[in-house]
Each structure stands twice: as structure tokens, then as C-alpha cells.
Design a protein around this ligand. Structure first.
Ligand SMILES: C[S@@+](CC[C@H](N)C(=O)[O-])C[C@H]1O[C@@H](n2cnc3c(N)ncnc32)[C@H](O)[C@@H]1O
Length: 230
């Protein structure tokens, strides 16, 4: 886990809109995280939605471990697992942290073993067919302990209904505890990053501009689901 890795985080970030509280959680960050302030904020934000986060946590699509490093440095989990098709190469220095190289839809993790599962900007990878969409929630339901929580981010085109999502959630013995629209917070985060890149990184400046355009047609939501259990 190396904060200097250019892909340490790969999400659009979260920026609080209230200036008195701006940006949230920034007091947590040592200097090395400064570049990733809003991306790391998104991980802090999602965990702030759970009372007393503890136990075992799985980050699906952990990328190069940015989220896992936040879980490890600022929370008190017994076990932290980061799973990705392409996890960090150098294995972890921490005894309670494990990286697994696997397709989430075909993983070997034991059933009912996680209190919390997170999937940040990863859910879209599973929505391309109805089969992978169903399998995603089936696996979540298998891996969560009773009353466990899954938090995932989700892009939705404006004016689309989410009937498929809600019926799939229900059929896998899960229920929606919170559904939060953070589109403005994400646009604000991308906007600030875009200003930061304007004069020194043309490629990233163009990427962030395109993301902002895309977000005009989408909502960016966070879902917190709970498992009814066995
Ligand atoms: C946009 S990145 C998000 C990374 C990280 N969650 C973050 O917020 O910085 C999406 C990640 O999902 C991973 N991914 C895509 N399909 C996957 C699959 N079927 N199983 C596991 N990981 C997958 C990709 O390799 C990539 O690292």
C-alpha cells in the first residue's frame, strides 16, 4: 500500500458542501494523504454511516489499497480483506490485512464471515448482465454475517427507476437501510481536483472535465444494505 502509487485511490471523491465543515475529516490526514484528500474522504464518509464499525471488513474492488489503508490506520477492525482482480503486488506488512487476487463473482471466501462489506466505484463492473447483477447480491448475501452491512456506490442515469435493484436486493434477503444521493459532493470533489490539475497535468485535467460532464446526467448514490441473516 503506497500512497505515492498513482492509482492508490480510483474513486471520484467526496467533498462536504458545508464550508464550516469543509472538507470533512481532513484533520485525520497526515501529509502523505493530501493528494487523495477527497478520495479518502469518501471512504471515511461511508464508514460514518455505520454505528461503531468493527469486526471483519471486506473491500471489493480494493484497487491499490487506498481504502484498506484507511480502514487499517483509522479504525479498529479485527480483519481487513481487500479483494481485486489486480490487488497491490507487495503483500501487506500488517498481520490483520490480507489482499486477495480474485474475481469477486468467483471467490473462495468463507460464508457469513464479514460484518461489513464495501464496494466503492466497483458495483458498475457487475451490472453489465442480469446474471452478474444477481450473482453480485447473491455473493454479498452469502458473505455477510446476520445483520451485517454492505455499502456500495452506484451511478444511475437521471430519471431511471431502480425497480430491478430493489427487487434484487429483496430477493437476496437484504434490505435498504440508507439510500443517500451524494452527486453534488462528488461533483464538487471532481471540480476541485480539476482546478488542481488545470496548470500542471493536462491529461488529468481533461479526464476530470469529462467526469464532471458525465455527472450532469447521472446521480451518484450510496446504498447501505443490511442482511436479515440466515
Ligand atoms: C474504479 S476502481 C475503484 C477502486 C477503489 N475501490 C477506490 O475507490 O479507489 C474499480 C476496481 O474494481 C476492480 N474490479 C473490477 N471487476 C472486478 C471483479 N469482477 N472482481 C474484483 N474486482 C474487480 C478493478 O480491478 C478496479 O481496481
Amino acid at each position: 500500500m503506497d500512497p505515492n502509487d498513482p492509482y492508490f485511490f480510483m474513486n471520484y471523491g467526496y467533498c462536504a458542501l458545508d464550508e464550516n465543515n469543509y472538507p470533512i475529516f481532513s484533520h485525520h490526514f497526515p501529509l502523505v494523504y493530501n493528494k487523495w484528500k477527497y478520495q479518502a474522504n469518501l471512504y471515511f464518509y461511508i464508514l460514518s454511516l455505520i454505528d461503531n464499525p468493527k469486526g471483519n471488513i471486506l473491500d471489493i474492488g480494493c484497487g491499490q489499497g487506498g481504502g484498506v489503508s484507511i480502514f487499517n490506520s483509522y479504525f479498529n477492525f479485527n480483519k481487513i480483506v481487500g479483494l481485486d482482480l489486480n490487488p497491490p503486488k507487495n503483500s501487506s506488512l500488517y498481520s490483520n490485512v490480507e489482499f486477495i487476487s480474485s474475481n469477486f463473482l468467483n471467490n473462495n471466501l468463507p460464508s457469513y464471515s464479514f460484518d461489513i462489506i464495501t464496494a466503492i466505484q466497483t458495483f458498475e463492473e457487475f451490472t453489465s448482465t442480469s446474471k452478474t447483477f444477481t450473482l453480485f447480491f447473491k455473493e454479498i448475501s452469502r458473505l455477510l454475517k446476520p445483520q451485517g452491512s454492505i455499502i456500495f456506490t452506484c451511478f444511475q442515469l437521471l430519471n431511471t427507476d431502480n425497480n430491478d435493484l430493489t427487487s434484487e436486493i429483496k430477493s437476496q434477503n437484504l434490505y435498504i437501510d440508507k439510500e443517500i444521493d451524494i452527486t453534488k459532493n462528488v461533483i464538487y470533489s471532481v471540480h476541485i481536483d480539476s482546478l488542481r490539475y488545470k496548470n500542471n497535468n493536462e491529461e488529468m485535467y481533461n479526464i476530470t472535465r469529462k467526469i464532471k460532464e458525465k455527472l450532469l446526467y447521472c446521480s451518484y448514490k450510496i446504498y447501505l444494505l443490511k442482511s436479515y441473516g440466515i
